[in-house]
Design a binder for this molecule. Structure first.
Ligand SMILES: Cc1cc2nc3c(=O)[nH]c(=O)nc-3n(C[C@H](O)[C@H](O)[C@H](O)COP(=O)(O)OP(=O)(O)OC[C@H]3O[C@@H](n4cnc5c(N)ncnc54)[C@H](O)[C@@H]3O)c2cc1C
Ligand code: SF4
Length: 447
């Protein structure tokens, strides 16, 4: 008799985990994984595969897992996805593969993401592809998932690969955005180390467009791939945003992630926070709120629509609620208030109600007149979206950009300049890890 409900993911106790940065979801045991795998019906027309942006053969890898052949299951996933240990942890599966799984029609879908993670954490690739060098080279700008996926494919094709990264560490948002308790840095490091082992050269602290030009990179390489991400934070343009204590989620998360602000002996400038208001409803907002909680603050999350419209992953919303983050939905800041020293003391917000769906398909928030609320706080963290960094755009005419500053590419992810490709958030706007990886892989298939 097949289990009706999916096997729960073991996780750290919510009260304990609020006090540390250890990974919250601890992963399936072998028994858990085999039991969950047994729920897959091995459908003839597997809708889950259609829901996966990179079309992983999901019933294929789960069938191998059912036979307890974890290494073969990993090889099957890797045919389509370069970094399953990362995607198994952070992909929005409920909107992708699991959202389409037929088991979800009358009950709970198969926990595909959890199985992917189990396979990635416990499997080993026994046979790496034989690489024959082709005496050609590629330059990859940016070491986020798009750049890393492109680099991996280019290495397999025999290219010399050099990755240029502006920051002192590699991995893009995977290391400076997503916190340790969701995606341990060791998982990302393992993937990057395997690329280096295959021959990739990574040069950190190089801002392409300033330290070296795109023209120069193209002149010295056969192909260039731009995986620049979208790392410049948006603000709301409301009064009080320049007060002390207001910061972007990007800045806050980068300090927490890379400067290890939570370790006391580090001399980092994160101001002590007692009461924090985080503005936004996406993954970035959840991550900022949960980091602030772990630094000892009381945290309120302010979002202008309702829970149903929240773009963050469902699992992260649940985890944040379990961790005593105070959710204030249908609430929208209109003014940040300060004291004579210029420090934040409170945020005044409109109360909202939902109207007709807007262009995004979600019901739009409308102000409820005369229902303002004021929330006392000493810190406000803005997590309302990002846009692309204009450094390369300002330094070259070689490639075309859209009005929003995104790089324009064709269906092969090639830019207007032959031999220069781009992919990930710099071409789509802020999106997901799997879409960025898929774009890097697709571009590499065209070189
Ligand atoms: C806090 C946070 C949480 C998220 N959570 C999730 C999640 O749970 N699931 C999910 O699927 N997605 C999530 N996302 C989105 C996801 O991380 C991104 O869509 C993805 O990382 C985009 O990959 P990328 O390679 O295009 O860019 P990035 O990861 O942004 O990497 C770009 C890299 O390029 C470097 N760079 C930029 N310009 C230059 C230059 N001129 N020279 C040299 N280097 C340069 C940057 O320093 C950076 O390292 C989250 C994003 C954030 C910010
Ligand atoms: S749709 Fe669900 S049950 Fe069917 S093959 Fe995919 S994971 Fe298995």
């Amino acid at each position: 008799m097949v289990n009706i409900n999916r096997v729960e993911m073991p996780s750290l106790d919510a009260k304990v985990r609020q006090t540390n940065f250890n990974e919250v979801a601890t992963g399936y045991t072998k028994e858990d994984a085999l039991l969950e795998a047994s729920r897959c019906l091995n459908c003839k027309n597997p809708l889950c595969v259609k829901g996966c942006p990179v079309n992983i053969d999901i019933p294929g890898f789960i069938s191998l897992l059912k036979e307890d052949n974890v290494n073969a299951a990993l090889a099957k996933i890797k045919e389509q996805s370069a970094f399953p240990g990362i995607c198994g942890r952070v992909c929005p599966q409920e909107k992708q593969c699991e959202g389409k799984c037929v088991r979800g029609i009358k009950g709970e879908s198969v926990a595909i993401g959890r199985l992917e993670r189990y396979v990635a954490d416990n499997g080993t690739i026994l046979e790496e592809p034989l690489i024959t060098k082709n005496n050609k080279s590629v330059a990859v700008v940016g070491s986020g998932p798009a750049g890393l996926a492109f680099a991996g494919e280019a290495l397999n094709k025999g290219y010399d690969v050099t990755i240029y990264e502006a920051l002192h560490c590699s991995g893009g948002v995977l290391v400076y955005g997503i916190p340790e308790f969701r995606l341990p840095k060791s998982i990302v490091k393992k993937e990057i180390d395997s690329l280096v082992k295959k021959g990739a050269k990574i040069i950190n602290n190089v801002l392409v467009g300033k330290s070296i030009s795109l023209e120069e990179l193209k002149k010295n390489n056969d192909y260039v791939f731009l995986g620049l991400g979208a790392g410049v934070p948006r603000f709301m343009n409301i009064p009080g945003e320049n007060l002390n204590g207001v910061q972007s989620a990007n800045e806050f998360l980068t300090r927490v992630n890379l400067m290890k602000a939570y370790i006391e002996e580090y001399d980092t400038p994160i101001k002590h926070m007692n009461n924090v208001v985080v503005v936004g409803g996406g993954n970035v907002a959840m991550d900022a709120a949960r980091c602030a909680k772990r630094l000892g603050a009381n945290v309120s999350l302010v979002y202008r629509r309702s829970l149903d419209e929240m773009p963050a992953r469902l699992e992260e919303v649940h985890h944040a609620m379990e961790e005593d983050i105070n959710f204030l939905t249908l609430t929208n800041p209109i003014c940040i208030n300060g004291n004579e020293e210029g420090n934040v003391v409170s945020v005044t917000c409109n109360t909202m109600e939902l109207g007709e769906p807007d262009a995004s398909g979600r019901r739009s928030p409308i102000v409820k007149e005369g229902c303002d609320v004021t929330i006392n706080c000493d810190t406000v963290i803005m997590a309302i979206g990002n846009y692309p960094n204009p450094v390369i755009r300002n330094s070259t005419d070689m490639i075309n950009f859209s009005d929003k500053g995104l790089i324009i590419v064709n269906e092969d992810n090639e830019t207007s300049y032959e031999g220069i490709f781009a992919g990930g958030d710099i071409t789509t706007g802020a999106a997901t890890v799997i879409l960025a990886m898929g774009a890097g892989k697709k571009a590499a298939s065209k070189i």
